[in-house]
Design a binder for this molecule. Sequence first.
Ligand SMILES: C[S@@+](CC[C@H](N)C(=O)[O-])C[C@H]1O[C@@H](n2cnc3c(N)ncnc32)[C@H](O)[C@@H]1O
Length: 296
Amino acid sequence: VHKSSIYLPDELKQSVSSLSARSGHSEADLIRQAIERLVALSEVAPTPAAAAEVALPHSAPALVGVGVGPGDPGLVTLRAQATLRAADRVLVIATDRRSVGRAEMVVRSVAPDARVHRVAFAIGADVDQRHASLLALAEVAIGATDAGELVAVAVIGDPTQWTIFPELAREVGRARPSLSIGAEPGVTSYQAAAAAAGTALGHAGSTLVVVDDIEQLNHHLKTRSNAVVMYKASTDASEVKASAAHHHRPDAIVAELSGLPGQRLIPLADTDDGPISYLATVVFPAVAAQPARADR
Ligand SMILES: C[S@@+](CC[C@H](N)C(=O)[O-])C[C@H]1O[C@@H](n2cnc3c(N)ncnc32)[C@H](O)[C@@H]1O
């Protein structure tokens, strides 16, 4: 008999033991967490001042994708910060478990006490390896939420765009259909870039498109009312410049390392030829329609 579960009926002991194996928490830790929650629930209702702080729409157990913006801690929303602080576990991915990824850096700035759990993830192009990483991450998330945790998954930018979170949410949702799964929005790099450059991303009658390859870029630049954002612009800058020139889009800007050391914001025309770095976002503002000339 484990000392920590001496008062529990056999069936509950077995469940605690299997949860402990899946979640990586000791049985004693799980029992302590359960008692802490019970005590917290029975305590007096929060004061109006505390309740007014930040309304957190997530309660344990739940899985929440949290957007932490492109890099500047000042661009993390109050709700995202509160979720990171409240979470029992903040999952962050990294190329290997010894490397601190960008999302983790932002988490450490805005929530230094966050309980960060780094998971290795094959971010590269190999579809099978990426899928295996996703399943492994889903296992961690399921084990933790089964243990009653509020699990945050911190991602750069916004969790609904160009991240692993929607796929992770699908996997976890399939395995645990009744689990609460949500997201806290984050500022995207193109919003930060447009704001820094004083550029409009959209206006009445225009369309905002985000692409990640040169064919899509060429296709969408044709429509002059499209504002076009290019992510993962690992394409050669000369190709992007040629496309801009072909479609008469001289106002494009390149934001590199937004909110991070070494950041820069330059006109596309002024970039050197050669690969644009992975951490760059190219923004082509929509071309405003010329006002019709009044007939005399
Ligand atoms: C996988 S996507 C992540 C998008 C993110 N979820 C979002 O909502 O912005 C990665 C791409 O986002 C852009 N990006 C992310 N952070 C950036 C930053 N700090 N500066 C410039 N571009 C950035 C780059 O184009 C990069 O290739």
